[in-house]
Design a binder for this molecule. Structure first.
Ligand SMILES: C[S@@+](CC[C@H](N)C(=O)[O-])C[C@H]1O[C@@H](n2cnc3c(N)ncnc32)[C@H](O)[C@@H]1O
Length: 257
């Protein structure tokens, strides 16, 4: 008997197709944040080598380039054609990176097609990322690695802010759009790390390592000390402060069961 074909209904995530906004420009003056992210990736992937890495929601390929140090082949899987057009120029000398116009909930890849998936700075656009985690779990081989970075709503300063008001950091995603930006359709939320970890476990992942990221992300600190000294301190802080989710960003290394 023929099986009924199931078609996934997924909202189109093409919000970065905006001629008035160039995400590449956002990175001007953010050398410290970029280097802190490469530091975290390097630390989490130390000694590992992969056949096929997928940079899901990789934008213009800012980190796809770095992934080629760890994988024979990298796919930049990105839903914005505008980002992919910028990537074509940005990655013109990086032959190991292929492009695919897809989004995280429907990667259009075979089961087990990848042994490494990277997701950085995407979760703030996904209030409930469980369907995306399940899709990433599907395309990863058993034993494959998932590196995830996301904005941490339970960072140290926020816990103090909530504590002063006698409250706890909410477990529900927190909308961080300004009042006059609320009509913007693009979701912008911070997540509680414990909730994210529960969803990852529900999608078939086990947690292997955690880092606290961009711990010194402050324009004043950057101005006073400059990138190099800040990175030296960041290097120490990333593993040290991971157990208390100190920084504004959390890094997780997960293993597909
Ligand atoms: C802030 S940028 C981060 C890009 C890249 N990961 C980086 O760190 O440079 C967010 C990216 O997420 C992509 N995005 C938004 N919704 C997505 C979804 N549902 N699935 C995959 N990517 C998505 C956007 O097109 C954009 O390129």
């Amino acid at each position: 008997m023929a099986r009924a074909k199931t078609t996934k209904k997924v909202r189109k995530a093409n919000q970065y197709d905006d001629p008035g906004y160039n995400y590449q420009d956002y990175w001007q003056g953010r050398d410290y944040e970029h280097a802190a992210e490469e530091l975290a990736i390097k630390r989490l992937l130390r000694g590992k080598k992969f056949k096929h890495a997928v940079d899901v929601g990789g934008g213009y390929g800012r980190l796809s380039k770095f992934l080629t140090k760890f994988a024979d082949k990298v796919t930049l899987a990105e839903p914005s054609q505008q980002q992919l057009d910028i990537a074509r120029i940005y990655l013109k000398d990086t032959k190991a990176v292929a492009q695919k116009l897809v989004q995280a909930a429907d990667l259009k890849m075979k089961d087990g097609a990848a042994d490494l998936v990277l997701v950085v700075r995407i979760l703030h656009h996904l209030p409930d990322p469980l369907p995306e985690f399940k899709e990433i779990s599907r395309v990863l081989k058993p034993g494959g690695t998932f590196l995830l970075e996301f904005a941490n709503d339970a960072h140290f300063l926020n816990r103090i802010r909530y504590g002063i008001r006698g409250k706890r950091v909410p477990r529900t995603p927190v909308d961080i759009r300004s009042e006059n930006n609320r009509s913007n359709e693009l979701a912008f939320v911070n997540h509680h790390p414990k909730v994210i970890i529960e969803k990852l476990q529900a999608a078939g992942f086990e947690l292997e390592a955690t880092l606290s990221g961009s711990n010194l992300r402050s324009p004043t600190l950057k101005r006073i000390f400059g990138k190099k000294p800040l990175l030296a301190v960041e290097k120490v802080m990333q593993p040290l402060l991971a157990p208390i989710y100190f920084g504004p960003s959390v890094w997780l290394r997960l293993r597909k069961k």
